[in-house]
Design a protein around this ligand. Structure first.
Ligand code: MOS
Length: 730
């Protein structure tokens, strides 16, 4: 019965269902009697409602209900996810006449059809008492706050300090002093944020694509004043999360209130433009990073100072220095972060939320240092490698960054790169540049309960904490369990993102696979032990048939190394409970190296990225196909972050201006050339039984600085504000 684990190139478990449209996302959900909701939104940057006239909207045939703040008695905010609550921000729109930011919902129209709801929403007339506001990080009157003002745990906000960075920098013979900045960006998942809410016998049933079914359940129970066991959240598929779907959204409770009033299922699909204002996004940030080094390239000091955007009502933490302190072996480090309040919804986590920009600051500075000491940038990074975490001083559980750099250099043909900038030029004037950058991301894991049920029909059911947002968690779970039980992966049904299965909480921070897969693996071990008690050989189905048992179940719970049993209470309560990068005896990160070629057309100065090579150390690779897909997507995302994406604001109006996929530029197929990816694929001996570290976020860390460094190599220009546009290389 025991088979070798198979790491063959198994296709996505849900591929056929997705291609055939069988996999139902929340927006696809159609039920008898279902009604449709659309929000009317605030048209000022900040202030209060003076009046709200819904009479004309209510008179449109087919309109069933118009909800405003006067209809929300008894509803309370769910609280800020990063402050012990469940929602992406503490501010719940439509509980009062307050307008915190442009685009905030002020009324919900429910109608028989989407078209009627949209028409009626346009007929809602509001008047406002406007107040001053600011939406830019660099606005003249900046409201800068210390992170120490936050009620969140203090270690989160402490300056990252190792040694004496200021003294070491002052004494260093070589100094690099870099400033850089990034704009706000929005995730733009292809699946719009959508909810179907329905009440059955006093129980609220919510179908919504989310990374955090547990928080939706706990948060909605709190908002509605009902017991959590009266809320079911069903999220079998999430069409892209990227952090934007990591918590309770603002519209969900309003959908629940409408469904309760009307005693009908209510669907809300936020239009793309509303997603820019109603959900979280990547905050703008600005950085100063100073490196002190010796002539041999040894970096002796780094000082990283960051200002990061937050909202007026929440302090979204800034933890950029966690990456810059730990990517290289730098003995003296000081990282200091401040927050800048702006009148927008609270920003949040967007794929590699801190690491993307922290690596941009660090890795462009390291590239600059390479020129200052006349050293190859790969060799310079290898000279600053470490096996000890500079902040915790603990050994790193596994760090194969050197192998990522060496293999990537080999695959890319890096040895042929001339050091001098502007030295690769085609006869037609095309400027060519080759750049490299490294990345890291914490290897976190979280507690999980996994239940596995074998049946005498041959189907195996696995229920575990986790969410399928396209990253392939189902496939990784199925491959692992199938290998252990000696059955085919397609005989496994994986139940994730459903509060009716096992307790659910946040799937984020690249801990999904490293959490759910070892848990499912241990549950399979427990099932095997029970099958052995029944006796005999064969598949689980054969053993059950012989024993006359239709089903047999096993359940395990596992937590991250060093976590107390109390984390299972957090898990049951839908609260985040991940551990990492620091554990009691070690620190753990995933690593990546990116090698990039850029070509800049002489006439238009259009920047192209025809070729990327990326090598990742994510511990053991469980599902090669979906892991490769993660890498490809992350490189494309990094190209977007470097060359395209910017959420534009206008200080006169507030909100985000380019709130659609026509004007929020992202890379299209024609922008992408060759992307070659490889994995070190060495199990991490300490982080979990399977040796799995995370991949989804580390994969994009370093893409943007590799592009910046390649542009520098091509042009001699050191670009420091993302995204890079034609006008920056004229
Ligand atoms: Mo991710 S940005 O931690 O969902």
């Amino acid at each position: 019965m025991m088979a070798d684990r198979s790491y063959s190139d198994t296709q996505r478990l849900d591929a056929r269902d997705k291609v055939r449209g069988v996999a139902l996302f929340a927006a696809d959900d159609v039920r008898p009697g279902m009604l449709h909701g659309i929000f009317a939104v605030a048209r000022i940057g900040k202030g209060r409602l003076k009046s709200l006239d819904t009479r004309e909207a209510q008179g449109v045939p087919g309109v069933r209900l118009v909800l405003t703040h006067t209809d929300m008695a008894g509803i309370v905010p769910a609280g800020f996810l990063m402050g012990g609550g469940f929602a992406f921000q503490s501010f719940q729109p439509m509980l009062s006449d307050a307008i915190a930011y442009r685009g905030q919902p002020i009324a919900l129209v429910i109608a028989d059809t989407l078209e009627i709801a949209r028409d009626a929403a346009d007929r809602i007339a509001a008047t406002y008492a406007a107040e001053p506001f600011q939406v830019e990080l660099d606005s003249p009157a900046q409201d800068i706050v210390s992170q120490a003002a936050s009620p969140l745990p203090k270690p989160m906000f402490a300056d990252r300090v190792a040694g004496d960075a200021d003294a070491a920098y002052a004494a260093a013979p070589i100094k690099v002093d870099m400033h850089c900045a990034s704009p706000p960006q929005h995730q733009n998942p292809i699946e719009l944020i959508a909810t179907v809410a329905e009440w059955r016998d006093g129980t609220l049933i919510v179908h919504e694509g989310t990374q955090n079914a547990g928080a939706l359940r706990a948060g909605l129970a709190k908002q509605l004043g009902i017991a959590p066991d009266k809320v079911q959240v069903i999220s079998p598929y999430c069409g892209g999360g990227f952090g934007q779907k990591n918590s309770l959204q603002m519209h969900t409770v309003i959908a629940a209130v409408a469904a309760r009033r009307l005693e009908r299922p209510v669907k809300i699909v936020l239009p793309r433009a509303q997603i820019y204002h109603d959900t979280s996004f990547r905050p703008a940030s600005r950085h100063r990073l100073r490196l002190g080094a010796q002539p041999d390239g040894k970096i002796v000091a780094a000082i990283h100072e960051i200002d990061s955007q937050t909202s007026r009502h929440d302090l979204f933490p800034a933890q950029y220095a966690d990456l810059s302190a730990r990517l290289h072996g730098i003995a003296n480090f000081r990282g200091h972060e401040r927050l800048v309040r702006t009148d927008v919804q609270t920003p949040g986590y967007m794929r590699a939320p801190y690491e993307h920009m922290a690596a941009f600051a660090m890795e462009t500075a390291v590239d600059e240092l390479a020129y200052r000491v006349d050293m190859d940038p790969v060799a310079l990074r290898l000279a600053n490698d470490t096996q000890i975490d500079p902040i915790s001083k603990l050994p790193l559980s596994s760090r194969n960054l050197a192998e990522c750099l060496n293999r990537g250099a080999e695959m890319f043909g890096w040895a042929k790169r001339p050091m001098a900038a502007r030295s690769l030029r085609e006869t037609d004037g095309t400027m060519v540049g080759w750049g490299v950058a490294a990345g890291a991301y914490k290897a976190a894991t979280a507690p999980a309960i996994a239940r596995i049920t074998a049946t005498d029909t041959g189907r195996i059911m696995v229920a575990v904490a986790g969410h399928e947002m396209g990253q392939g968690i189902r496939t990784a779970i199925a491959i692992t369990v199938a290998g252990k039980l000696g059955v085919q992966a397609d005989s496994i049904d994986v139940d994730v993102g459903d509060t009716r299965g096992t307790p659910q909480h946040l799937t984020a921070g690249s801990w999904g696979t490293a959490t759910a897969v070892p848990a499912a693996d241990e549950a399979a071990d427990a099932l095997l032990a029970s099958l052995r008690v029944l006796g005999g050989a064969g598949t689980p189905a054969e053993i059950l048939k012989r024993a006359g048992r239709p089903t047999l179940s096993a359940e395990i719970r596992r937590k991250a190394p060093g976590q107390p049993d109390a984390v299972f209470e957090r898990l049951a309560g839908g609260m985040p409970a991940a551990q990492g990068p620091t554990y009691p005896d070690f620190a753990a990160f995933s690593y990546v190296a990116h090698f990039v070629e850029v070509r800049i057309e002489p006439g238009t100065r259009r920047i192209r990225v025809p070729r990327v090579v990326s090598v990742a150390d994510c511990g053991r690779v469980i599902s090669p196909r979906t892991a490769q897909s993660q890498m490809l997507g992350a490189v494309v995302w990094g190209i977007g972050a470097a060359l395209r994406e910017e959420s534009e604001v206008d200080p006169r109006f507030g909100g985000f201006l380019n709130a659609d996929l026509a004007e929020y530029a992202i890379p299209v197929n024609a922008d992408i050339g060759s992307i070659q990816v490889a994995f070190v694929d060495k199990p991490d001996p300490r982080i979990n039984s399977l040796g799995v570290k995370g991949l989804g976020e580390v994969a994009m860390v370093g893409v943007a600085p590799a592009i910046a460094n390649a542009i520098h190599h091509a042009t001699g220009r050191r670009l420091n504000r993302l995204p890079f546009r034609v006008e920056h290389v004229l």
